[in-house]
Design a protein around this ligand. Structure first.
Ligand code: BDR
Ligand code: CA
Length: 330
């Protein structure tokens, strides 16, 4: 894709440290134009998510519309945000923040998604990296949304790799399984970038130190602070991650799939979400050539492209080259 034909992206997010990393990848990448940021509860409350999205764009000197979205799951009771993973502020507990003036777009996130899709039919890619309530709400407002968007790429779920909130569930899907099942059955062009690939890419804090040293900029200093906190959590949990004092990049992999799909091995199949019980939040994939008699798996259930393998070294290089590029003005 040339510079004049960039991917127009709405970024649906709950920043969140890896969400911040992904946002800066998107802002830095020459083939991506972020046309809006829609926020949701998840890693933090939706209020904090919106505050962080405004802050991250402001300190990177970017004007991007930011909206506030759903504050709780579709059906189940909400849970307290995971402060030990992302910090109480979602950015690894920043000691101070610069004064900024960016203001929220007053529309609800779902309305913003619908307005943008109607105004740009077939052109917008929705990259969703939090719980999926904004997408479910947008589908309710505009049932034609799957035909109005170019495609949806989501970070969430897992097929083979064990879950990160239960043996079978990944956090974004767990946080709103009812919304997620609506998203997997809506009929858009859909790609799932889940733990099967995000757990294959361990990013060392040293990489973000190198990027911050190169740019000497508040945006990359903020990212380094946040990643360092986040790596502390992951290093405490996984000895192989601790070995390099690193972290999983989760959300940034959704954007790397957008720009470099050739780095991923994928399989297509019908995906459904367990909405309650012990397996709540599990993303179950129909991977057989034959049909099951069980209802819920009929041929009309849309296909999802699921990422199962990634070239970890090459995707880390893409991330590094993108963030080391000339995307920040002093
Ligand atoms: C996902 O959950 C959140 O903690 C991360 O931001 C990512 O979107 C990983 O399971
Ligand atoms: Ca996220």
């Amino acid at each position: 894709m040339s510079n004049t034909q960039k991917f127009k992206v709405i970024y649906d997010t709950d920043p969140g440290v890896d969400d911040a990393m992904a946002l800066y990848y998107a802002l830095a990448h020459p083939a991506i134009k972020v046309v809006g940021i829609t926020t949701t509860f998840g890693n933090v409350t939706v209020d904090q998510a919106a505050t962080n999205a405004l802050y991250l764009t402001a300190i990177a000197n970017r004007q991007v519309p930011v909206t506030k979205g759903v504050k709780k799951p579709w059906v189940k009771a909400g849970e307290a945000p995971p402060h030990t993973i992302h910090g109480a502020d979602g950015m690894g507990n920043l000691p101070t923040r610069l004064a900024t003036t960016n203001q929220l777009d007053p529309r609800a996130s779902a309305q913003f998604i619908v307005d943008m899709a109607r105004a740009n039919p077939g052109e917008i890619t929705l990259v969703a990296v939090g719980p999926l309530g904004n997408l479910a709400a947008a589908l309710k407002l505009e049932p034609e949304l799957p035909r109005l968007l170019r495609e949806v790429i989501l970070m969430g779920g897992t097929v083979i790799e064990p879950g990160n909130v239960s043996p079978v569930a990944e956090a974004n899907i767990w946080n709103d399984p009812h919304a997620a099942d609506q998203v997997f059955t809506a009929g858009w062009k859909l790609t799932m970038v889940g733990l099967d690939v995000t757990h294959q890419v361990i990013l060392p804090v040293a990489l973000f130190k190198k990027i911050a040293t190169h740019h000497q900029h508040p945006a990359t200093d903020t990212l380094l602070h946040a990643v360092n906190f986040y790596a502390g959590f992951y290093s405490g949990l996984y000895p192989h991650v601790a070995k390099i004092h690193g972290c999983f990049g989760h959300d940034v992999l959704a954007f790397i799939y957008l720009t470099n799909p050739e780095l991923f091995t994928t399989e297509q199949g019908r995906v459904r979400v367990a909405i309650d019980g012990l397996a709540q939040g599990q993303t179950m994939m129909h991977r057989k050539a034959f049909e099951y008699a069980q209802s819920g798996w009929e041929g009309h259930v849309p296909l999802t492209r699921v990422c199962l393998q990634v070239d970890a070294a090459a995707s880390t290089t893409v991330l590094e080259q993108t963030l080391m590029g000339n995307w920040l003005v002093p």
